[in-house]
Structure formats: structure tokens, C-alpha cells
Design a protein around this ligand. Structure first.
Ligand SMILES: [Zn+2]
Length: 387
């Protein structure tokens, strides 16, 4: 079978150094500084010249999305929120539970984007708000069976711990989930937080190793940051036990004031995710993972930090092998992006829809990506193949 050999050159790394990367099918075979580049060696390669106007990173990974197309409440087409936005891997966060995971697994390969899932501990997934109002929806035996069946598809368990989801069951779903985690080799768990009860302090008290809290910077009254020193005490203890914090922007789960407060007190997110689905992609305030990353630039995170939180950090945490890094023998998942001067207003994700706005002056804009050996051009084709 014919191999697809490519070389991408005059492209910037995250230290602003011009580099080249060559690939053979799905694998990176060489990477180096332009000072040591000799185009004559690549005569039989597809060649892509970026004229030192774009950056390259390993392909972006969004650990909190909704993209099981047969679920109607929160969903999107994996390629619309994936490769069409420069994101090479999307992870659905609990749209699906044990009941529909077989079907989701069989759908995943029809997309150009790599698709994974957090399995909702409720077997029904999220067909409506309130999948944990009935504790019978948590079937430990069925969950263990699906974890064994799809180790390369299910990255962990999702449990949504807010009032509209758990009702009078309050902490019970989380207590059960942590028990299931312990009985299943400490599989990663993603906890969604929001309105209480359950109280955020009680949730934090139950979390520890291999647990991610998503929507960590929400501005609801039951939030973590810029609220109560007691909550910060619970948070610090949980972080000591290994808790990770994820942005999970969403429609109403990322607020500027608590985020600024958190950064000022060194509670930097471990991961940056979008919680994107059709409605908040079309109408905002999410629009795209890139838009969320641009907000991170505004708040002072460095480009290197930001990109690590959507590449190597999630890849390492989730055990994706040979993924998340630009290095020889790693997978050739690549995202190419520009950083453009802009003048646009961005809003936070707030419950009452009257969120604050900030003025972005720099925008991270994906222009091309590569995954599963496909080249995906985004918007205007500036850096096409030149033969
Ligand atoms: Zn979500």
C-alpha cells in the first residue's frame, strides 16, 4: 500500500522557532530546526510551507464535549466540534451511559475526528436533566462490564453532581461512583459541579486521586472560588490527594471573576475544555475550543501552558500512548494555528445570560489540522500543498 509522506516546514514551534516536521502515514518520522532543513531530501513528499506565519502543536484534545448524535439534549457532530475547529480528539462527557455505549462505539469510526467517551454512571446517559434522580440507573456490574469491553474507547466515568441531576439523592451518586472507581483499577472520574445541594464542600471532601472536577470556575452560588475560605480548605486537601481542575466552559459554567481570583491564588486549571455542543457553538458563549483558549491568553496564561493543557497533559492523564507531543514515533495528530490581532468582545458562561464581557486583542485561530492521515483545511486555504 502506498504510504502518505508529508513534510510541513517554515512553521513555528511554541518558542517561536521555525521548524519542520515530516510524517509517514500516521507517524512523525523527523522534526528539527529549519537551519538543518534540506528540501532536496523531501522530493517525494507532499510539501506544506507555512512561511513562518503559523504555529504547530500536537493535535488538540478536548476532554469535555457532547457529540453522541442520537442523544438530543446536548449534542453535536464530532467533526463540527473536532477537525473543523482544529481539534483532533474529542471526548464526549457522559452523554451516553451503559445502555447506548455499544452504539456510540460503533459510530465513532465514521468521523475524521478521534472520538472517545466518559461513560455516564447513569446507564441512560443524559436524555433529560435528572439522570441520577433514580439511583437504580447506576448499575455497577454493567459499568464494569462496559469498562472491560471498551478500554480503548471509554476513558473514565462521568457523574453529574448538581441539584437538577441528583435531586434528593444528593451525595449518593458520587459515593457510589467512587466505590466503582476503587473496584475498577482507579479508572478516571470526571465530576460535573453546579447548583447545590449537594454542597461543594461535601463533594470536594469525597474526591481524590484520578478525579477531575469540570466546570471548576463556574460562578454559581455553590462554586469553589471567590466564595468561602472553608471551601478553599476542602479544595486544598483534595488537590493534595490528586484532584485535577478542568475549565469545562459550557453555556453557564465559566465566570471571569472567580477565574481571575483563582489564577491570582495559583489555582491554574490542569485541563482546558469547552463543554461544547450545537447550541453553545452556534449562539455562544463557547463557539469553539479555540475561542476558550483565546480567553485563556487574555487572562495571562502563556501559549505554552495553554497548549499543554489541550495536548500532552490530557494525553498523559488519560494514558493515550504516543500522543500529545511533537516527537519522533509519536502519532501525527497536528494542529496548525495562527495568532491574530483582533478586537472582539467575548462573554463568560453565566446562568442569567447577562455575563460580563472582555475585549480580546489576540485570537488563537486554527488554520489546518492532520489526523488519521487526513489533511483538513480550515477557512481560507493559505498553506496548501505546493508541489
Ligand atoms: Zn457537559
Amino acid at each position: 500500500m502506498k504510504r502518505i509522506k508529508r513534510v510541513f516546514y517554515n512553521v513555528l514551534d511554541l518558542d517561536d522557532q521555525p521548524i519542520y516536521i515530516s510524517t509517514n502515514d500516521n507517524t512523525i518520522i523527523a522534526i528539527g530546526k529549519m537551519t538543518s532543513f534540506d528540501i532536496k531530501q523531501y522530493a517525494n513528499f507532499e510539501q506544506y510551507n507555512f512561511f513562518n506565519k503559523a504555529y504547530v502543536s500536537s493535535g488538540w484534545i478536548d476532554i469535555h464535549t457532547h457529540c453522541y448524535e442520537k442523544q438530543s439534549l446536548y449534542t453535536d457532530d464530532p467533526d463540527e466540534i473536532g477537525v473543523r475547529q482544529g481539534v483532533t480528539t474529542v471526548i464526549d462527557a457522559g452523554s451516553v451511559g451503559a445502555d447506548a455505549v455499544d452504539d456510540f462505539y460503533h459510530c465513532k469510526d465514521k468521523y475524521q475526528t478521534k472520538v472517545y467517551c466518559w461513560l455516564n454512571v447513569a446507564k441512560i446517559g443524559i436524555p433529560f436533566q435528572g439522570e441520577l434522580l433514580d439511583l437504580n440507573n447506576i448499575d455497577e456490574k454493567l459499568i464494569s462490564q462496559k469498562l472491560h469491553q471498551y478500554p480503548d474507547f471509554i476513558v473514565g466515568l462521568k457523574v453529574r453532581m448538581s441539584k437538577s441531576v441528583v435531586g434528593v439523592n444528593e451525595l449518593q451518586p458520587l459515593i457510589k461512583t467512587i466505590k466503582i472507581q476503587q473496584n475498577n483499577n482507579l479508572v478516571p472520574v470526571m465530576i460535573h459541579i453546579g447548583n447545590g445541594p449537594p454542597n461543594i464542600n461535601d463533594i470536594l471532601a469525597l474526591t481524590g486521586n484520578n478525579v477531575i472536577i469540570t466546570h471548576a470556575y463556574n460562578g454559581k452560588s455553590n462554586r469553589i472560588f471567590q466564595k468561602d475560605p472553608l471551601t478553599i480548605g476542602y479544595l486544598n486537601a483534595a488537590l493534595q490527594r490528586g484532584l485535577k481542575l478542568d475549565v469545562g466552559h459550557g453555556s453557564e459554567s465559566f465566570s471571569f471573576a472567580p477565574f481571575k481570583w483563582a489564577l491570582a491564588h495559583k489555582y491554574v486549571p490542569d485541563f482546558i475544555s469547552s463543554d461544547i455542543y450545537q447550541k453553545n457553538r452556534w449562539d455562544g458563549p463557547v463557539y469553539s475550543l479555540a475561542n476558550v483558549l483565546s480567553k485563556m491568553l487574555y487572562f495571562g496564561l502563556s501559549l505554552k501552558e495553554i497548549i499543554a493543557k489541550v495536548t500532552i497533559d490530557p494525553a498523559t492523564f488519560l494514558g493515550f500512548s504516543h500522543c500529545g507531543k511533537l516527537a519522533v514515533n509519536y502519532q501525527a495528530d497536528l494542529t496548525f494555528f495562527e495568532i491574530n490581532q483582533v478586537d472582539i468582545l467575548a462573554t463568560e458562561g453565566m446562568q442569567q445570560k447577562q455575563g460580563q464581557t472582555i475585549k480580546l486583542t489576540k485570537e488563537i485561530k486554527p488554520v489546518m489540522c492532520v489526523v488519521k492521515t487526513n489533511i483538513i483545511h480550515l477557512g481560507e486555504r493559505k498553506y496548501g500543498k505546493n508541489k
